[in-house]
Design a protein around this ligand. Structure first.
Ligand SMILES: *[C@@H]1O[C@H](CO)[C@@H](O)[C@H](O)[C@H]1NC(C)=O
Ligand SMILES: *[C@@H]1O[C@H](CO)[C@@H](O)[C@H](O)[C@H]1NC(C)=O
Ligand SMILES: *[C@@H]1O[C@H](CO)[C@@H](O)[C@H](O)[C@H]1NC(C)=O
Length: 261
């Protein structure tokens, strides 16, 4: 850190994506350096939580990496953590320190309202049972139905598939095929954390999606901009307003339902 932060409130922002271990270590070192320099209040802002998908122990040799990542943040002495759309709510109990959770949902709803004209003929779709709560909440706000990919009638509707975290996109692209066979008029995918590894882009290009919309929780580097199907929801203002509110000791709950202007 270039200058003393002694007595200051400090906010460290780093998304846990890309070179994930470097991007986990960097905020840990910065947090701890600021603590050593007697910063008064330290907040670590992690838009995409590292290892969020590794949230359970399904084999005896496996560790719960998401829990380990939460634990080391506590050890580095962050007073406060800000995260967005954690993959499963279970991760919340991994933290020892106070955490403010933010949701991409207001940004998602805003994108839908500005970009999809047939609001009443939409259905919000989850590709698995785990996402049911998320899609129900969005569908309720829009006053439309929601569907799980297996069993609902979506004929003649505009399907909006919503997911929090996707990697190779195999599952959502398979879901798009199913929606097409079921007779939807169009399909969109809206994703909070796009990891997009391996064949993700080619999967998306070949899939029946009008647009695949992602947040910039993970930086959207230039190469993404040239993929015509990919559009970006800018969540910067949600984070900025959360920081402002926390700094002023206000509740962040307004941001659960509103996008700050
Ligand atoms: C979605 O809405 C935003 C804001 O009005 C606009 O900039 C963007 O081009 C729209 N995208 C599409 C596909 O219409
Ligand atoms: C909604 O779907 C119905 C039945 O397919 C159609 O008649 C109507 O025009 C659609 N409304 C809009 C706004 O697209
Ligand atoms: C996102 O929004 C912020 C605040 O309005 C703006 O400063 C930033 O340039 C935007 N980022 C992109 C990639 O458009």
């Amino acid at each position: 850190i270039g200058k003393s932060v002694c007595g200051k409130d400090v906010y460290i922002i780093q998304s846990g994506c890309g070179e994930i271990n470097d991007n986990l270590m960097a905020p840990l070192i910065m947090t701890n350096s600021c603590k050593t320099d007697s910063a008064s209040q330290l907040t670590t802002v992690i838009p995409c939580f590292p290892y969020a998908q590794q949230d359970k122990k399904d084999k005896s040799q496996v560790t719960i990496s998401a829990k380990l990542a939460a634990n080391v943040l506590s050890v580095a002495d962050a007073d406060h953590i800000i995260a967005m759309d954690l993959h499963v709510s279970q991760i919340q109990v991994f933290f020892d320190n106070p955490v403010d959770y933010l949701y991409a949902e207001p940004g998602v709803l805003k994108w839908i309202r500005e970009n999809i004209s047939e609001q009443k003929n939409c259905t919000i779709v989850s590709s698995d049972a785990g996402g049911a709560k998320r899609v129900t909440s969005i569908a309720d706000s829009m006053n439309v139905d929601f569907a799980l990919i297996h069993n609902e009638n979506v004929k003649d509707l505009v399907a909006i598939l919503v997911d929090d975290m996707v990697d190779t996109c195999g599952t959502i692209c398979h879901a798009a095929d199913k929606l097409l066979s079921a007779g939807v008029t169009r399909a969109y995918a809206i994703l909070t954390h796009r990891i997009f590894s391996g064949p993700a882009i080619s999967h998306i290009n070949n899939a029946y999606f009008q647009a695949v919309v992602v947040t910039n929780n993970i930086p959207q580097e230039d190469k993404m901009k040239h993929r015509s199907k990919i559009q970006v929801i800018n969540i910067s203002m949600i984070l900025a307003e959360a920081i402002r509110k926390i700094h002023n000791e206000e509740s962040v709950s307004y941001l659960f339902s509103h996008v700050p202007l």
